[in-house]
Design a protein around this ligand. Structure first.
Ligand code: GLC
Length: 458
């Protein structure tokens, strides 16, 4: 860490600059938004990642970040992927499009879908890294009941089969919005079936491409489908029993479920320390079920874990080589044989070992696009999970430690040489002097992950 004091200061400044105070229902909340240029609200998994960096800078702000997030929880336990700032209009879709205020307290406006459930992991990380015992207790008193309600919601509504893997119902829930993993399912949603009013709404109001090169962002067709799904869920009155059965997009996502596994371990650990032992055992059991289920998604023929399309009774595996295939490392779900395959793929220069690894899609895949969002660029958050996952297997293979250190240092250099971007072009195509940064700059997540990586290197 000593090597980059300037970089660390820059990261801290970004978090400071992206902090906003929001007053809702007479109550004030402090939060760090992903980007003041566009993502001006609070996102679940961004906030969790941000708090994990922020705890090394300012413990109180880190705790506040998560307290502010759980303020948006629904009465059924769901924690939405966006908690809106009612004074901001820069992002599309706007708060009122979701019509969900009847589920929240104090008139807080939220989306109606969730995000990768990183929250319990962040809460455990904060408790492990903060020093003020009283603040930890105060934080736990507020957040622990919310975490349990959230996990119970996810288990109840998203794993009705009790198979250990949760179902996501919208590409945005995966956090990897336009990943090619979702192409085959989205294509089944016939554009002719989408009302023209929805298309007109998107055409008129979509805002990301006003600020960004449209080549880097999801296509118009994808956006029609994203908004169509939201309108459909609204028509189903946000009844998740029906949504999970009827949505044309239902997937057991290996990325999301690897985080779910770790989140249950984290929640169990928090309960062992601060709560009820029986409840702790329950979440530990859920983690074990998920770990086993993830291991079983492995396809030896394709040398990868596979998402499962479970739309309306389907059981179709999805085989697309993306960075998601390394996520079961993070969940500790990898067998010795699988580990060999993963390490091999991670080291191949025509697959995942690029100038700035790990590309979100393998570079030799037909789907690879070096500039487009989740279809090729490298994302610091995903690298963080892969690095943490590799560390778990240190004792298993002599190359693992080296690979984790290499990925850590490449991720730091990627940010150091290019800036605190949302995502990065992963390959060296000989164009010198040009930034590899893509998307929005001064991005909070990127700053927070850099802080974590620098502290972990200490
Ligand atoms: C984009 C990303 C998503 C992230 C959000 C806010 O939509 O795909 O993962 O949470 O931006 O940063």
């Amino acid at each position: 860490m000593q090597n980059y004091p300037g970089l660390l200061d820059e990261a801290k400044e970004i978090l400071q600059r992206n902090t906003v105070t929001v007053t809702v229902g007479g109550k004030s909340y402090e939060r760090i938004v992903p980007s003041k240029d566009y993502y001006v609200h609070q996102w679940l998994w961004d906030s969790a990642g941000i708090a994990m960096g922020q705890v090394h800078v300012n413990e109180e702000d880190a705790f506040n970040e998560l307290v502010s997030l759980v303020a948006g929880q629904w009465s059924n336990g769901l924690i939405p992927h966006i908690i809106y700032n009612p004074n901001e209009t820069r992002y599309y879709p706007p708060a009122d499009q979701w019509q969900t205020t009847r589920f929240t307290k104090n008139g807080i406006k939220t989306s109606g879908i969730t995000d990768p459930p990183l929250l319990a992991i962040a809460a455990e990380y904060l408790c492990a890294n903060a020093s003020d015992e009283q603040k930890k207790r105060d934080f736990i008193n507020i957040v622990l009941p919310s975490l349990m309600a959230y996990h119970d919601y996810l288990k109840r509504y998203r794993d009705p089969e009790d198979c250990g893997l949760l179902t996501i119902v919208h590409p945005w829930e995966s956090g990897t919005d336009n990943s090619p993993r979702w192409d085959s399912i989205l294509k089944r949603i016939d554009l002719n079936m989408i009302p023209t009013s929805i298309k007109a709404n998107v055409d008129m109001n979509r805002k990301d491409i006003r600020y960004q090169d449209s080549q880097e962002r999801p296509t118009e067709e994808d956006y029609y489908r994203y908004i169509y799904l939201i309108e459909l869920f609204k028509d189903l009155s946000w009844d998740y029993t029906r949504i999970v059965q009827e949505t044309p997009f239902a997937v057991k996502d290996i990325f999301f479920n690897s985080i779910w596994e770790r989140a249950n371990e984290a929640l169990a650990a928090l309960l062992h320390q601060y709560g009820d032992q029986e409840e702790a055992n329950k979440y530990q059991r859920w983690a074990e079920e998920t770990r086993r289920a993830l291991t079983n998604t492995w396809s030896e023929a394709n040398r990868q874990y596979c998402d499962i399309d479970v739309t309306q009774g389907n059981q179709q595996v999805i085989v697309v080589p993306t960075n998601a295939l390394f996520m079961p490392l993070y969940a500790g779900a990898v067998t010795d044989q699988q580990l060999d395959s993963l390490l091999h793929r991670l080291s191949q220069t025509d697959e995942f070992s690029t100038e700035y690894p790990v590309p979100s899609t393998a570079i030799n895949s037909q789907y690879f696009d070096k500039e487009c969002y989740w279809r090729g660029p490298t994302w610091p958050i995903a690298n963080y999970f892969i690095i943490e996952g590799l560390k778990k297997y240190k004792a298993k293979h002599k190359n693992v430690d080296q690979l984790a250190n290499f990925l850590t240092s490449r991720t730091i250099q990627m940010i150091r040489f290019n800036g605190f971007w949302e995502y990065f072009d992963p390959i060296d195509d000989g164009a010198s002097g040009e930034t590899k940064g893509r998307g929005f700059n001064s991005f909070s997540w990127t700053a927070a992950i850099l802080i974590q990586l620098l502290y972990a290197e200490k």
